[in-house]
Ligand binder design. Structure first.
Ligand SMILES: Nc1ncnc2c1ncn2[C@@H]1O[C@H](COP(=O)(O)OP(=O)(O)O)[C@@H](O)[C@H]1O
Ligand SMILES: [Mg+2]
Length: 632
């Protein structure tokens, strides 16, 4: 990539997007595309819808606008979009309320807001999301606000566009002073939303409540020019640069809203209710913006418990943003967070994140009252697994049992932090499931908000996660071993049959490599036969029967295959799995493995590395661990 070239391209693109013209020309634009004058809420909704909506067979909606960054929150997001943005876009009453995202720490609230902000910046640069403002207006206000009240009904009739706002004090003044009241000459420009430039996107973050100045929200008198203009009510002596001014046409994020001093909230009350706010010695100032705040449950409960906040409460619409409750999605969250962190280059052994995810999700779930549904089963059902005996359980019903499910528990960032500290501890150059679970356990003591009872419960979840991981690990090793299963089974059977033939015919057997004549390998034959309970006394009959079968097959010109003899097949399979156990066990013993075993181990490790995403070190570790499990 040629960065200088890309910068030039970027600059050109931004330049191309610029447009300037008179109000008269703006009217032509509106005629062609009335959407440019839509409200901020409507623009946000259209932006979300534009990204695409997928509906699954159960009718659940997935909004692609959010789904690239947020996993497992489909239900919360569907509610947020439908109940707030969609309704607000249709000018329903919710538009007049502050959107308050309520959820546990690190549950994705800020991410939702960031996506909306970034989305708006981009959307305002597209034809569909384009918007225009009065040039020079500190609030980049909608040019249609220039149209006098008396003429609006007529305009609305003709253009099909509703006008809600009043001209801001600054534009009102300039219209007279600079344009001599000639609205049609007022210069209009395209507005490109940008958080960095403070155009249409703002963030208000209350500092110390005592020193916080309302000016941060609504602008302030400009003391450097006040003597020049002589009056505080001269708009030239006022800076309309509060966050509410700057976020006009777009979105303002209100951080820590509920911690904020009441006087700030009253300003918002009027803004949301009437679409205007009071600033300095001016008439009410119109603003058209989405206000999004976020909070946690405890803070919100304290807020509503306070009688003084009643009026505000009815002006707020609360949307829950709970933790994700799907193990698979939780894994995806970790992968994303790791990708974004300085852990990205570290090898994390396969299934380690799943083990952590199982733990996290368990801490968030609430017991069901339904018969036979324990937490582990619930966890599987939520993750879309089919659980034996639970085929017809209604998952929606399960979810509705506790409306506050997902509002507490372990947060994803905590897990990432524990992975980091596991990494610091280990001398190896990778982290495995056990390292992570151990680190999660150690971290529980330092976790700020865990009670002793919770700790007890969480420790139990860690051991459940560990057991789940054990099963996964065993299956993994078996899979790696069985990869060349057919081949191994065939080799073993050929070997067995050669020996059986020699045994029945009182012959010796020739070693294929050394050419040496050997007695039939009794130990090998017995190790297979014992798998299906053939006694020392019965072995001769069994071997002879097999030999007869082979010759019967040969006469018909068919090849004898271990699959054609069900008992032999069973014996071979069992022997292979017993060998697996042995092979794996051997890696845990201090005794040095023999050549064959070593070969097998290396094969399995190679497979784990090539096909299953391990490194040689983590594969060795897995084998050692599964070996110890099998030895128990
Ligand atoms: N459900 C989720 N899907 C994807 N990422 C998530 C999810 N929940 C949290 N995260 C990630 O965890 C981090 C913390 O989330 P954040 O949005 O700051 O939470 P909050 O504002 O609720 O405290 C972010 O990087 C966020 O993207
Ligand atoms: Mg946050």
């Amino acid at each position: 990539m040629d960065i200088l070239k890309r910068i030039a391209e970027y600059r050109n693109r931004e330049k191309e997007l610029q447009w300037e013209g008179t109000f008269a020309e703006y009217l032509d634009i509106i005629k062609k595309n009335p959407r440019v004058a839509q409200t901020a809420h409507s623009r946000v909704y259209n932006m979300i819808a534009k990204a695409g909506i997928e509906t699954d067979s159960q009718g659940n909606k997935k909004y692609l606008f959010f789904s690239k960054e947020l996993f497992g929150l489909e239900r919360a997001i569907e509610r947020l979009v439908e109940e707030y943005f969609h309704s607000a876009a249709r000018r329903l009453d919710v538009r007049k309320r502050i959107l308050l995202l309520m959820g546990p720490v690190s549950g994705g609230k800020s991410t939702i807001v960031t996506l909306l902000k970034k989305g708006l910046e981009e959307y305002s640069r597209t034809d569909e999301g384009a918007l225009y403002g009065i040039k020079g207006c500190p609030m980049h206000e909608e040019p249609l606000n220039l149209i006098p009240r008396e003429l609006r009904p007529e305009f609305e009739q003709e253009f099909g566009v509703r006008i809600e706002g009043n001209l801001c004090p600054s534009c009102r003044f300039r219209l007279q002073e600079e344009y001599g009241g000639r609205i049609e000459d007022v210069i209009i420009e395209r507005v490109l939303l940008s958080e960095d430039e403070r155009v249409g996107i703002g963030t208000f973050s209350p500092s110390d409540p005592k020193s916080q100045d309302i000016a941060d929200l609504t602008g302030s008198i400009d003391f450097s020019t006040i003597t020049e203009y002589g009056s505080e009510s001269d708009p030239r002596a006022y800076r309309f640069d509060g966050e509410l001014n700057k976020a006009n046409r777009g979105l303002m994020e209100f951080q820590e809203m509920l911690k904020c001093d009441e006087k700030f909230l009253w300003n918002l009350l009027s803004l949301t209710q009437e679409g205007n706010f009071k600033a300095g010695r001016f008439a009410l100032i119109s603003a058209d913006e989405v206000i999004v705040a976020h909070t946690n449950e405890t803070e919100y409960k304290a807020f509503i418990a306070n009688k003084k906040n009643e009026a505000l409460q009815s002006r707020i619409i609360v949307m829950p943003v709970p933790y994700n409750l799907s193990v698979t999605q939780e894994e995806n969250i970790y992968k994303k967070l790791i990708q974004q962190s300085d852990l990205a280059h570290i090898h994390i052994a396969p299934h380690s994140l799943r083990a952590a995810a199982i733990f996290s999700v368990l801490t968030r779930l609430k017991e069901s009252k339904k018969q036979g549904v324990d937490l582990l089963k619930k966890m599987r059902l939520y993750d879309g697994e089919s659980v034996e005996g639970m085929a017809d359980i209604d998952i929606e019903e399960l979810r509705n049992e506790h409306l506050d499910e997902g509002m507490d528990g372990i947060d994803p960032r905590y897990v990432i932090n524990r992975i980091s500290s596991a990494l610091i501890k280990t001398e190896a150059n990778f982290v495995g499931a056990l390292d992570i679970l151990r680190s999660l356990k150690e971290g529980l003591d330092q976790h700020p908000s865990i009670t002793p009872e919770q700790r007890e419960k969480f420790l139990n979840f860690i051991s459940i996660a560990r057991k789940e991981y054990d099963e996964i690990a065993k299956k993994e090793v078996q899979k790696a071993f069985v990869y060349s299963y057919e081949e191994s089974a065939k080799t073993l059977m050929d070997n067995y049959l050669d020996n059986v033939e020699a045994y029945c015919n009182w012959q010796k057997i020739r070693d294929p490599i050394t050419g040496e004549e050997l007695e039939p390998d009794e130990k090998l034959m017995r190790s297979i036969e014992e798998q299906i309970g053939i006694s020392e006394n019965a072995k001769k009959a069994f071997r002879e029967e097999i030999l007869i079968r082979i010759s019967a097959y040969a006469r018909k010109g068919k090849r004898f295959d271990y699959k054609t003899h069900p008992r032999l097949r069973e014996a071979i399979q069992k022997k292979l799995f017993a060998d697996l156990k042995d092979v794996v066990k051997i890696t845990t013993t201090t005794k040095t493995p023999d050549e064959n075993q070593l070969k097998k181990i290396n094969e399995v490790i190679k497979r784990l590395v090539e096909d299953y995403g391990y490194t040689p070190a983590s594969a060795n570790e897995l084998l050692r661990y599964v070996g110890s499990l099998l030895n128990r």
